[in-house]
Design a protein around this ligand. Structure first.
Ligand code: ATP
Ligand code: MG
Ligand code: MG
Ligand code: MG
Length: 473
């Protein structure tokens, strides 16, 4: 089944269960300053869950474009390393706003997976929140899953990889316990079931998260019950497509294979298995859709996340030997794969390509020099495994290498970056920018603090990304 057919069969199944089919919302959340990008299907319904927004339906289904490249859910550092993570992906979801709850939500998920998608039952296993006996009993007594296929998991705070059966959109907002469905891709692949030390291998892959929305978490950590218990689910389209197409990695599905071939062509390489091609194929999707939704490369906020991802893609092309511009050419291939489902992409593809090209030309000027400096710094390390913070800072400040890009190169060389040293250099820079902007204000009487506000924006993001990157290592 092709990805596009799968998307349609999901929406049709839930439509037959009285769900309203709702369009995917923009990657830029409507009115939510707490969130960088739409990272799940529920984002556009946040206020409906909270009871402050009303719709003329109580059941909905969507295929939502999502980006996880910043904030609470950030998979940028996973791309190219795991079989299942993208910066951009499509999340299939069904929602109940105070309508059905645990029993129907579980029954629908199981019916879709085993009867519509026809996944073999014996390859599926599930997790439930540690003390959610109700969900456990539904799976065991009503669905008939044997007890050993139902794993109880707590909320593993602080562990990046460990399964977590308490879902939250961000640090605040609607949240609740969940039950997740996993697929066993087979003993020939490394990895263990959820809750085991090897759970992050590529063997057992999480496909569907069914969240029982019950609380609203506020900034001080308090959890207030929602007006009505609700349901929010999310299933990665690419992950279930992989299973249905008999492959074991998202990057092997039809859509990605075509993007990888186009990337190989544009970069000028024959080795289709290269990790860098997976990164490039992933990044063209997130970058293009961000631009479609109105983000432009810049030095702050969302624009800076976009710039970082573009530069990362360019660096990977460069690593494969492509010294000229190439990234913008992939918009055409992306349009061929996704333009039908996303007419806004088709409509804006020229604009997308030209923004990418401009960014490529700009970065090309410093990429070579920066890479040379980084390679020299690496060759001078001797026995040390840590790239000094000053080097990371200089690359960032002078050559436009965001710290996570330097970290990407470091990781390939089994090195780390000195995060604290980099932060200290950034702090000095911030102090200089502050005094510089005060100075210009004193001299001219004209208040121009652009450089300072921009600066704070992206350094905060930067700091967060570095921390996450280090945790992955
Ligand atoms: P994982 O543990 O694999 O990182 P998750 O628990 O972070 O996934 P959820 O927040 O539960 O994911 O999102 C719901 C579903 O969306 C997942 O079950 C998965 O199918 C899909 N999904 C999540 N993150 C990604 C991603 N980065 N790329 C592709 N699909 C994803
Ligand atoms: Mg995740
Ligand atoms: Mg998970
Ligand atoms: Mg999950």
């Amino acid at each position: 089944m092709k990805s596009s057919e799968l998307r349609q069969s999901f929406l049709s199944y839930f439509e037959s269960k009285q769900h309203q089919i709702v369009e995917s919302s923009s990657l830029i959340p409507g009115n939510d300053p707490t969130l960088l990008f739409t990272n799940a299907g529920m984002v556009q319904f946040k206020d409906v869950f909270l009871g402050t927004d009303k719709r003329n339906y109580t059941r909905a289904t969507t295929s939502q474009r999502c980006v996880r490249a910043g904030g609470k859910h950030n998979d940028l550092e996973n791309v190219g390393y795991t079989a299942r993570h993208h910066t951009f992906f499509e999340m299939l979801g069904n929602f109940s706003f105070g309508d059905y709850f645990k029993q129907d939500a579980i029954a629908y998920a199981w019916e879709f997976l085993t009867k519509v998608a026809k996944l073999p039952e014996d390859k599926l296993l599930v997790t439930v929140y540690a003390d959610d006996d109700e969900a456990f009993d539904i799976w065991h007594k009503e669905i008939g899953l044997p007890k050993e296929k139902i794993i109880r998991i707590g909320d593993n705070k602080g562990s990046r990889y460990a399964s977590d059966n308490f879902w939250q959109m961000g640090d605040t907002g609607p949240c609740g316990p969940c039950t997740e469905v996993f697929y066993d891709h087979g003993a020939h692949i490394w990895g263990g079931p959820p809750g085991s030390p090897e759970e992050d291998g590529d063997r057992f892959i999480e496909i569907w998260n069914v969240v029982f929305m019950q609380f609203n978490r506020s900034a001080n950590g308090d959890m207030a019950p929602l007006p009505k218990p609700s349901v929010d689910t999310g299933m990665g389209l690419e992950r279930i497509a992989a299973i249905l197409q008999g492959v074991h990695s998202n990057y092997e599905i039809d859509l990605f294979q075509n993007l990888i071939k186009a990337s190989a062509n544009a970069v000028g390489t024959d080795d289709l298995t290269s990790q860098s091609l997976r990164v490039i194929a992933d990044h063209i999707r997130s970058c293009s859709f961000m631009i479609v939704d109105g983000v432009v490369p810049s030095n702050e906020g969302r624009g800076y996340v976009l710039r970082r991802i573009i530069r990362r893609a360019i660096r990977h092309g460069n690593k494969l030997g492509q010294k000229g511009v190439f990234f913008h050419k992939l918009v055409e291939a992306l349009d061929a794969e996704m333009g039908e489902a996303y007419p806004e992409l088709r409509k804006l593809k020229e604009r997308v390509a030209s923004i990418l090209l401009k960014e490529e030309e700009q970065f090309a000027k410093t990429l070579d020099q920066g890479m040379r400096i980084l390679e020299d710094a690496i060759s001078e390390l001797g026995d040390s495994k840590i790239i000094p913070g000053q080097t990371v800072f200089k690359l960032y400040d002078t050559y436009g290498f965001p710290a996570d890009l330097t970290n990407d190169v470091a990781r390939e060389n089994e090195l780390e970056i000195d995060e604290a040293g980099f932060e200290a250099a950034m702090e000095e820079q911030r102090a200089r920018a502050r005094s510089a902007s005060n100075f210009s204000m004193d001299m001219s009487g004209d208040v121009s603090i652009d450089s300072e506000t921009e600066f704070t924006g992206y350094t905060e993001l930067e700091g967060e990304s570095v921390v996450e990157a280090l945790i992955v290592d």
